[in-house]
Design a protein around this ligand. Sequence first.
Ligand code: ACO
Length: 296
Amino acid sequence: MEFPFDINHLFSERVTVLDQNLAAGRKSVGRPDLQAQITTVIDELGRASAKAQQLTAPITSASKLQSNRHQLYLLKDGERNGGRGVIVGFLKVGYKKLFLLDQRGAHIEAEPLCVLDFYIADNLQRHGYGLELFDFMLQHKHLEPVLMAYDRPSPKFLSFLSKHYCLTESVPQVNNFVVFDGFFLNRSAAQLRKVPPKKPDGEIKPYSLMEREVVRQEQKALPWPFAPHLSPHRSVSSPCSRSLSVGSSPSRAPPHPVHLPPAPGGNRGQNPQSPHIDSCRARRTSSLNRSQLSFH
Ligand code: ACO
């Protein structure tokens, strides 16, 4: 994504982490001109991401970033555009308090780091940039992808998670977030709080408040589960057939089944301790080491 200003001047690092302050290093602090350029970049990316996901309104913008405790990882390619650089994409994450269901259907309160928005420029997708950005974030947060929650992941993102991190088996939820097998296993008891079963119905919010929800409310449409056939439930029962039915909010296009390519060797019915997952981890670890090298 090209801009009419020098991206390399604005962002010195290949990956820049932005937060509420919208500051890319010290250079942009107290510089309204540079702050305006950063705002332009974020707003443009947010619009492109919404378009790619068929959302009717962006869930990422500079003003939203300023008013939330989210972090936005921005990836540039400094060599393109005659040396002025281009923005390749972004990944937005943030902590959310969620009420989740574990494998046995018990209500669990957790506050995981969530992937809220993720976009790589259309012409640069499937070139490994998404993986580079995601791996950077994982290293920065010292986190494993299985411990994260995913806000209504798109079919492309589900395929990405399956391919790169072997995340295929999700635990069905009644909200828009997707968590995978191992989310509840690999987390310390202190991070998960069982919600007392005797609570009156109204006390457990079926949704966490989230930006996609706000977008939806802005559209004044009935939220799931009141809107029929829009359940965000998604459970990948067979990674080999990989027929993922991804529910869609009214802010997205109508749901359509997505057929993912089978993983190399297939991994039907395997658990997180399986040899396939181990080999996947080994693959990812060596890749992480590679990217660690490239970032230092
Ligand atoms: N169709 C299906 N799978 C895809 C596609 C596609 N068009 N593009 C990427 N993928 C998945 C595949 O698993 C692919 O592997 P393959 O080529 O062997 O099939 C893998 O991603 C490629 O990995 P990367 O090259 O590292 O990923 P990329 O740079 O394309 O980034 C991303 C992935 C961010 C999902 C990108 O495709 C994108 O921006 N898509 C449009 C926006 C989107 O759907 N964002 C996620 C929203 S949901 C959320 O943010 C919670």
